[in-house]
Design a protein around this ligand. Structure first.
Ligand SMILES: Nc1ncnc2c1ncn2[C@@H]1O[C@H](COP(=O)(O)OP(=O)(O)OP(=O)(O)O)[C@@H](O)[C@H]1O
Ligand SMILES: [Mg+2]
Length: 386
């Protein structure tokens, strides 16, 4: 039922939390945010800020007491406290048992295997020594992709091991998994939402282009430049995944389209996602509004995209570290179809996500051309250099 007196709590006050708050404001929803500092992006835009640590049991439990619905903007939260809140009768989406599977890449991959969901072949290792032994024994050969089981994000928990030297210099310490390196034709993401009434709504697939050095998405293209058949297959796979998890809320399903034309699930994120930002400016329903609809069991919004769109992440320029300055914003605002989103982070550092720009145009080619102008013009720097 639509009820503006219900209190929603978000664990995490970064940019995803901020954009959730902005979407919630349209419906006068009351949003509490838990994070370390009200200076974080969501701080000024929530109705109530609670300073605390979302990885601590007591902080999460106390935060949840006066909330009706709890959700997240980051997976690495205290799920024990979320279990307790669920037992107390709170609505928690995504459910803590699903979060526990997703935040451990080993369990996540096992989940795909158990449910017959296509994913790259893998094996779980206790630590990097066990992986090295498996390579020495010939059970695994290079190149391979090593992933930390927990706490990896923005490519930081991923190492591509190509040579014997990499086994000393690049290997990640601790519990991990080895994955076959996929010959990737394209990386796609599908945002899919489901509510407690079992309604499912799927946004068109997006295509992710990566920054080679930072391992961050540099350009995101929607709709993805794939055949209608591949797009339909990607959407069907995303629906299968959200139903297999029995998840309420938004799920970002990251996919590999292999050079052989096969779709494999890489990983999922049970929340709004970088690859859905463009929906704010290009679709009937933004991913943020869709997440709120899904977790509050409201009718899901239309996922139809109104216009082709390209999204550019605004990353901190290498060589700058300190209080943020933006260069070239006015020039970009003068271009029609350019929508600038600045997250409001006080300090920049190399490759930090500081904002994004959505560029719309009648065709993808025209949007890419404008996006390249934006990339060359809008820079996130600081007076402090190094
Ligand atoms: N098996 C693989 N074969 C080829 N490339 C891979 C493989 N696994 C990961 N990659 C590359 O590394 C990137 C990061 O991997 P992954 O998405 O698993 O990590 P992540 O740290 O969770 O990333 P993010 O937070 O940016 O989504 C992928 O987007 C892809 O470009
Ligand atoms: Mg990823």
């Amino acid at each position: 039922m639509f009820d503006t007196t219900k209190k929603i709590g978000i664990l995490g006050g970064g940019q995803l939390g901020k954009m959730l708050c902005l979407a919630a404001a349209n419906w006068d929803f009351k949003i509490g945010v838990l994070d370390a500092s009200p200076d974080f992006p969501a701080g000024p835009y929530c109705t109530e800020f609670t300073a605390g640590n979302f990885t601590h049991y007591d902080d999460v439990l106390a935060f949840g007491q006066d909330k009706d619905v709890l959700t997240i903007e980051i997976e690495h939260v205290n799920t024990d406290a979320l279990h307790t809140l669920e037992q107390q009768g709170k609505t928690v989406h995504p459910a803590p048992c699903i979060l526990e599977i997703i935040k451990d890449k080993g369990r996540q991959k096992e989940f795909y295997r158990q449910h017959g969901i296509p994913t790259a072949p893998f094996e779980i290792f206790q630590d990097e020594k066990a992986l090295k032994e498996a390579i020495q024994k010939g059970d695994w050969s290079l190149p391979l992709v090593q992933k930390a089981r927990t706490a990896g994000y923005d490519g930081r928990g991923v190492a591509i091991l190509r040579s014997v030297e990499d086994l000393d210099s690049k290997i990640l310490p601790g519990a991990c998994l080895a994955e076959t390196r996929v010959d990737v034709q394209a990386e796609l993401a599908v945002m899919v939402a489901r509510n407690a009434n079992d309604e499912v709504a799927i946004f068109p697939p997006v295509e992710m282009d990566f920054h080679p050095e930072a391992n961050l998405v540099e350009l995101l293209i929607c709709p993805a430049r794939v055949s209608p058949l591949i797009a339909a297959e990607a959407e069907a796979l995303a629906e299968r995944v959200i139903r297999a998890f029995d998840l309420c809320g938004l799920l970002a399903v990251e996919l590999f389209l292999t050079t052989g034309g096969e779709l494999l699930v890489n990983e999922v994120a049970p929340r709004p996602h970088n690859s859905g930002h463009h929906t704010i400016d290009s679709a009937f329903t933004s991913q943020y509004q869709q997440h709120l609809r899904a977790i509050c069991n409201l009718p899901l919004g239309s996922t139809v995209q109104v216009t082709p769109a390209v999204m550019v992440n605004l990353l901190g320029e290498p060589g700058f570290n300190g209080p943020v300055q933006y260069l070239g914003v006015e020039e970009c605002l003068a271009i029609p179809g350019v929508y600038v989103h600045l997250y409001g982070k006080a300090r920049t550092s190399p490759f930090r996500k500081m904002g994004h720009v959505t560029v719309t145009a009648p065709t993808i080619e025209a949007a890419i051309a404008k996006a390249n102008v934006v990339r060359a013009t809008l820079k996130v720097v600081s007076a402090n250099t190094f």
